[in-house]
Design a protein around this ligand. Structure first.
Ligand code: G3P
Length: 225
């Protein structure tokens, strides 16, 4: 499963890319507003930092304006994925942009039937929002499972499931178990993924015992026996 980072913060993206943890980036209007940066420049900077898909979301709600915005966003860099909401106009725009060779990430997906319509419209990615369903006491991971099962049943569907609205490591594990192609993860959750107290404790013990051998792996005088 691929790991995307869900942020528009360049510092976080740079850090996670240096750690080899970024297969792509997703932004949305709220994340762009939080960054405080001009939208088009922020997307251009992010696209220069990572090779993978960078999702940039349209702001309009009518098809004609969404299409104009989507074309402008797609022109920023070859790795831009244009994000459109799962509405009738968003699906119309997805179909036209996909036919023009633009990768489209259809976002704000909350039902399997919405995901079916997005695949039919040629979406490159579908973004089911796990956390926001969980916040209502509904089954966010169940939605990811349903979409993966339905998509796997149809060879004609090439849309990738991008698990979104991630609230913690278990969402990532369950999304991977369900067969999601990728998860888009807030930076602070990505950083927590590889941490475990037993790893830290075990490494400290290894290092203490190694130091007592007085040996050095790189010491040229230590010829192999
Ligand atoms: O950016 C798409 C999605 O991951 C945002 O979800 O619930 O964290 O705002 P949320």
């Amino acid at each position: 499963m691929k790991f995307f980072v869900d942020t528009a913060d360049l510092g976080d993206i740079r850090d996670m890319a240096a750690a080899g943890m970024v297969d792509g980036v997703t932004t949305n209007p709220s994340l762009i507003a939080k960054s405080g940066r001009p939208f088009l420049a922020a997307i251009a900077d992010i696209c220069a930092l990572v090779d993978g898909p960078v999702s940039a979301e349209v702001a309009a709600t009518d098809h004609e304006t969404m299409l104009a915005e989507g074309r402008r966003l797609a022109a920023i860099a070859p790795n831009v994925a244009v994000k459109v909401p799962l509405t009738v106009d968003g699906l119309r725009t997805c179909r036209v942009l996909a036919d023009e060779g633009v990768t489209v990430n259809v976002t704000l997906c909350f039902s399997p039937q919405q995901a079916l319509l997005a695949a039919r419209a040629g979406a490159g990615f579908i973004s089911p929002f796990i956390g926001r369903l969980d916040d209502l006491g509904q089954d966010g991971i169940g939605l990811v499972r349903d979409i993966c099962e339905i998509y796997r049943a149809h060879d004609s569907i090439s849309t990738h499931v991008l698990a979104a609205s991630i609230r913690g490591p278990l969402h990532i594990v369950e999304a991977a178990r369900a067969g999601a192609h990728a998860a888009t993860v807030p930076p602070q959750i990505l950083r927590a993924l590889y941490r475990h107290p037993l790893t830290d404790a075990g490494l400290e013990t290894f290092l203490t015992d190694w130091r007592q051998t007085g040996q050095s792996i790189l010491d040229v005088s230590e010829a192999a026996d």
